[in-house]
Design a protein around this ligand. Structure first.
Ligand code: MUC
Ligand code: MG
Length: 373
């Protein structure tokens, strides 16, 4: 195939309302901010990607504004004029010239994969080696901040057969109050649902030792990132003594982090996130490290919209084992779409399109309406 040059790259910031406030330990979302990436190629094909994080700089090292600036000033100039169909060469060029910036790189990698899929008439999952399942189980996060409201929300999700796995966001309150909240929800749902918690690094080891024991004793299936990513020795100790399995989320900010966590035995489950690894191909490298180390996998989210969600889904659907399912519910938290057809959720599962690329088309009018000027 002759070279098809990348002609232009655009990063568009979009603010979309959420169905309700979404309370995490470090930030309450009243809206979600997406960065949409458009890569236009000389053959007339446009690839779309998404680089989305949570709470400005509250969650990680990149913000929507830094992602847009770094793409426009540093990353796009490295790609313009390069071969759009050689994704290895394009991403290598970015990695050589720019440290970190995994969210920005993830949106670009997703857009290049979308363009190449459209060019070859193949879904992104097939470019990544082929899917080994038809759909992905999707968890829902209960994060209204109110126990009764969370139980009512979970009951409704079970009734309409949309979710039967629930993740509770805790850590901001007193440990005893959080434990009461979690146990009340687990008691109400019983064996009808898997209940898990995400502490977002808010406990110290002394709090986590007892809290993990109580959670495990009360039927909680999984504990996500209980203590700081910096306290590696503490994570190793907790992983050895907690009766419920410990999942690493914030601890993984790169593929190299995944390797050192696996080497140290710091978690028995990895949350896979395209944004934190540098794209759908990069996240599969982390998955391979986990598989080799006997670490179980979970398909994570940074509450992306449809584009980032399907970019993640096309990668996760190629994994032979996804023991803990996924949490790819981001589009369901938003009241608005900027694509013409929303991702389909049915019978507790997300369907992953079989059409070329990611399987999505931008709705230009909605994008123009919601984009920041
Ligand atoms: C996180 O830390 O996992 C994922 C789901 C959710 O509600 O928040 C995110 C972030
Ligand atoms: Mg998490």
């Amino acid at each position: 195939m002759s070279h098809i040059l990348i002609e232009s790259i655009e990063a568009v910031i979009v603010d979309l309302p959420t169905i309700r406030p979404h309370k995490l330990a470090m930030h309450t979302l009243q809206k979600q901010t997406l960065v949409i990436i458009r890569v236009r190629c000389a053959d007339g094909i446009e690839g779309i990607g998404e680089s989305t994080t949570i709470g400005g700089l509250a969650y990680g090292n990149e913000s929507p504004e830094s992602i847009k600036t770094n793409i426009e000033c540093h990353l796009a100039p490295l790609l313009i004029g390069q071969d759009a169909s050689n994704i290895n060469a394009a991403m290598l060029r970015l990695d050589k010239a720019a440290k970190g910036n995994t969210f920005a790189k993830s949106g670009l990698e997703s857009a290049l994969l979308d363009a190449q899929g459209k060019r070859l008439g193949l879904p992104v999952s097939e470019l990544l080696g082929g899917r080994v399942r038809d759909s992905l189980e999707v968890a829902w996060t209960l994060a209204s901040g109110d126990t009764a409201k969370d139980i009512a929300e979970a009951e409704q999700m079970l009734d309409i057969r949309r979710h039967r796995i629930f993740k509770l966001k805790i850590g901001a309150n007193e440990v005893s109050a959080d434990l009461k909240h979690v146990i009340a929800i687990k008691k109400a749902l019983g064996e009808r649902a898997s209940v898990r918690v995400d502490v977002n690094q808010y406990w110290d080891e002394s709090q986590a030792i007892r809290a993990c024991q109580v959670l495990g004793d009360n039927g909680i299936d999984l504990i996500e990132q209980p203590i700081s990513r910096i306290n590696r020795a503490g994570q190793v100790r907790l992983n050895q003594r907690s009766p419920a399995p410990i999942m690493a989320d914030e601890s993984i900010e790169s593929v190299a982090d995944a390797f050192s966590l696996a080497a140290d035995g710091a978690a028995s489950i990895f949350a896979l996130k395209i944004g934190k690894n540098g794209g759908p191909r990069a996240v599969l490298r982390t998955a391979q490290i986990a598989e080799a180390a006997g670490i179980a996998l979970y398909g994570g989210t940074m509450l992306e919209g449809a584009i980032g969600t399907l970019a993640s889904a096309h990668a996760f659907i190629t994994l032979s084992r996804l023991t803990w399912g996924t949490e790819l519910f981001g589009p369901l938290l938003l009241t608005e779409e900027i694509v013409t057809e929303a991702p389909v959720y049915r019978d507790f599962q997300l369907e992953v399109p079989r059409s070329p690329g990611l399987g999505l088309t931008l709705d230009e009018e909605r994008l123009a309406f919601f984009r920041r000027t």
